[in-house]
Design a protein around this ligand. Structure first.
Ligand SMILES: [Fe+2]
Length: 158
């Protein structure tokens, strides 16, 4: 990921601007959304997206395993699945024409899984990531599960 930091030549310890965004692990979803709003507005304008939110999963999250199991089931969406990784990492695994594409996504990565593409998401046994989710619909994350247990046979490559 590229980054731009701008300083006055008389103040080496005080950045005037840091790109893209400086955040801490403890920032709230609202803070993260606000920090990325200028970038989101540009991205959402390009994609015609209608809404965005933040998904944050840590190993001690009370729903970590439930959410992991849900995302691990092969599914499709009626819209592109657009994610930007603010922190941490996870794997989007795509199942296309008899081939598995395991895409490791890390901080600074933007991925768009095309609508109708069979896929699952695996962040491992101790999931740790924060991602912006961009939706063209207003009803958020809606999955149509295929019922195929193929993800059980392809543990993510980390
Ligand atoms: Fe998905």
């Amino acid at each position: 990921m590229s980054r731009l930091t701008i300083f006055a030549d008389s103040a080496p310890g005080t950045p005037i601007l840091e790109s893209p965004v400086a955040l801490s692990q403890d920032d709230s979803a609202e803070t993260i959304l606000a920090a990325y709003r200028p970038y989101l507005d540009a991205l959402m304008g390009e994609t015609g997206a209608g809404s965005a939110d933040v998904v944050k999963l840590t190993p001690d999250h009370p729903q970590a395993q439930v959410l992991r199991e849900k995302f691990l089931q092969e599914h499709i969406h009626s819209e592109d699945e657009v994610r930007f990784f603010v922190e941490g990492a996870g794997n989007f695994v795509l199942h296309l024409n008899g081939t598995i594409y395991d895409a490791r996504c890390e901080k600074g990565d933007l991925i768009s899984v095309p609508a109708g593409t069979k896929h699952w998401f695996d962040a491992g046994l101790a999931p740790s990531f924060t991602a912006l989710r961009v939706f063209s619909h207003t009803d958020g994350w809606v999955a149509n599960f295929t019922g195929d247990d193929i993800s059980n046979r392809f543990p993510a490559v980390v």
